[in-house]
Design a protein around this ligand. Sequence first.
Ligand SMILES: [Cu+2]
Length: 78
Amino acid sequence: MKNDTAWHHPIHLHGHAFRVLRRNGRPTQHKEWQDTVLMWPREEVEVAFVADNPGHWMFHCHILEHQEGGMMSVVEVG
Ligand SMILES: [Cu+2]
């Protein structure tokens, strides 16, 4: 994921837990399971998760004004 904005965004995925592998290309030290990652302005984050929970899962910024402004999508796991 790439944050092309000048603001922080706590990005949240429903239905799965993921691990943050890299931030701006640099490997993360701790790869704990999480369902939200706080993205810094202009930051690029690489995550990995096992898509083993079929359904349509919301994927959005947890700041409600941002979500309502369009920072929301659906991840389809078939
Ligand atoms: Cu946001």
